[in-house]
Ligand binder design. Structure first.
Ligand code: DX5
Ligand code: ZN
Length: 217
């Protein structure tokens, strides 16, 4: 499995997004957290900011929609520059219709599940998805602690599909990245561990090596 690091710009300096993106030029993906203040108790950035940073960044955009009605917005996010469009199974949109719309738009569909959502909820859709995002914190804020109790869910998804991308998001650092890799994750979101470091590009390399050394394959 390809190991990918997806730094979350939620922990970057929003006053200097272009230079922050230049500090992670070795990243595989850029993780963009979109929050609507309704699905989660926080509001971040949206379509115009994604459109703007797309002009100055060549790395694929991994857009994590923490919004109540993702179906209504997938066209706009696709047009703004999202490459992976990830929405929550707990949202209000029709899951099948949202996946189909993302595929129709030529983008990669992904589903995110919160820490207390059972894996069973996502299984019927796995064959159509490019990625499953397993949250290891409650969505809404960066800088929270990794929930180890979520690890069996990663193992369960990996047992069902050996080739789907499994992304882990929340509290991923040099040490927890190893646990997630061992459980079967291969895409790692890291906000504070990357942007909180003096040298984000070095942090990406350490995370990648630590994941590689603990990955089963
Ligand atoms: C939380 C977001 C995460 C967040 C991770 O709701 O989905 O992507 O940025 O931040 P860290 O890595 O600091 O836990
Ligand atoms: Zn996220």
């Amino acid at each position: 499995m390809d190991i990918k690091i997806s730094p979350s710009i939620l922990s970057s300096d929003y006053a200097n997004l272009e230079s922050e993106l230049n500090r992670i030029s070795n990243a595989d993906l850029v993780h963009i957290d979109v929050m609507d203040g309704h699905f989660v108790p926080n509001i971040t950035i949206g379509i115009p900011v994604i459109k703007a940073i797309k002009r100055v960044c060549d790395i694929p955009f991994d857009v994590h929609l923490m919004i109540s009605n993702p179906y209504d917005y997938v066209d706009a996010f696709a047009k703004a520059g999202a490459d992976i469009i990830c929405f929550h199974i707990e949202s209000e949109s029709n899951v099948e219709a949202t996946i189909d719309r993302i595929l129709f738009l030529g983008k990669k569909p992904a589903i995110a599940i919160k820490p207390d959502t059972p894996v069973d909820a996502v299984l019927p859709y796995v064959s159509k998805l490019a990625m499953v995002l397993v949250m290891t914190v409650e969505p809404g804020f960066g800088g929270q602690s990794f929930m180890e109790r979520v690890l069996p869910k990663i193992e369960a998804i990996r047992n069902i599909s050996s080739d789907i991308d499994i992304e882990v998001d929340g509290g991923v650092d040099y040490s927890t990245v190893q646990l997630a890799a061992k459980a079967g994750a291969n895409v790692f979101v890291a906000g504070s561990a990357v942007f909180g470091s003096d040298c984000p590009s070095d942090a990406i390399e350490v995370l990648k090596n630590n994941a590689r050394n603990h990955s089963e394959e």
